[in-house]
Design a protein around this ligand. Structure first.
Ligand code: PGA
Length: 269
């Protein structure tokens, strides 16, 4: 078991806040959003935005030279080839992506992505130097049936088995499906309980689990971010709707820094 106390001695856990724009915005609104975000720098925490593929080139121009990194919301589990409509991980590296979200519940549900498919995407991302942000989370029915722990462990287990000790190189995002875009946020205690289970599972696979970043996602706002990020095993957030508003997103990024300053082990590098 990994210690979940505040007295963490893990230098690798600089808070991370990632904006997940989903299928929103226009070229113009994206450029305007990033200009507004740059005006709010520095944040203290690490900040990244995962944009729709067609906007990547604009995002590169908007963010190069800033402290904000960028990424994509999915990648193929396959190498380049005859796969109409898919985007290879290696293509994302041409745009300087640092992160790629894999296994978001909207893809697991709407694109029937299995746990193993998600794990294969994570492996492909790592193979090309991208950091996969692997999402796990339960439905409301599963939570009510007390299945939360077994669901997230099953989802993460495929990734652990596929990546082996390299699992320490990923970021995990716990996103309860019932909290995504619903305005229903998990309480800090509910989120921490799941994060602690996930970190323990990672610890069984890697001695570096204590240095890995585990994000919470699901209706994160400026109002609830600090209490969530102050939890010992929550190292930042994956933010959807609120990442489309520069002021709100900036406040969330600052909340991550503030929470980490109260827990010095979190804010390094
Ligand atoms: P939300 O989305 O912040 O709009 O709930 C989070 C996500 O799905 O990544």
């Amino acid at each position: 078991m990994v210690s979940s106390t505040k007295s963490k001695s893990h230098p690798g856990r600089r808070p991370l806040v990632v904006g997940n724009w989903k299928m929103n915005g226009t070229r113009a609104s994206s450029v305007a959003l990033l200009a507004a975000l740059r005006a709010e720098e520095p944040f203290g925490s690490e900040v990244s935005v995962c944009c729709p593929y067609p906007y990547l080139a604009d995002v590169v121009l908007s963010l190069q030279g800033s402290g904000i990194s960028w990424g994509a919301q999915d990648c193929s589990h396959l190498d380049p080839g005859a796969h109409t409509g898919d985007v290879a991980a290696v293509m994302l590296t041409e745009f300087g992506c640092r992160y790629v979200i894999v296994g978001h519940s909207e893809r697991r549900v709407h694109h029937a992505e299995s746990d193993q498919r998600v794990a294969d995407k994570a492996r492909m991302a790592l193979a090309h130097g991208l950091t996969p942000i692997v999402c796990v989370g339960e439905t409301l029915d599963e939570r009510v049936a007390m299945l939360t722990e077994s669901i997230v462990k099953r989802q993460l287990s495929a990734v652990v088995h596929t990546l082996g000790h390299c699992v320490s190189q990923i970021v995990v995002a716990y996103e309860p499906i019932w909290a995504i875009g619903s305005g229903l946020t998990a309480t800090p205690e509910q989120a921490q309980a799941v994060h602690s289970v996930l970190r323990a599972q990672l610890a069984a696979a890697s001695t570096l689990a204590g240095e890995m970043r585990l994000l919470y996602g699901g209706s994160v706002t400026a109002a609830n971010a600090h209490a969530l990020f102050a939890q010992p095993d929550i190292d930042g957030g994956l933010v959807g709707g609120a990442s489309l508003k520069a002021n709100e997103f900036s406040a969330i990024c600052r909340a991550a820094t503030g929470a980490a300053l109260e827990s010095p082990g979190k804010l390094k590098t």
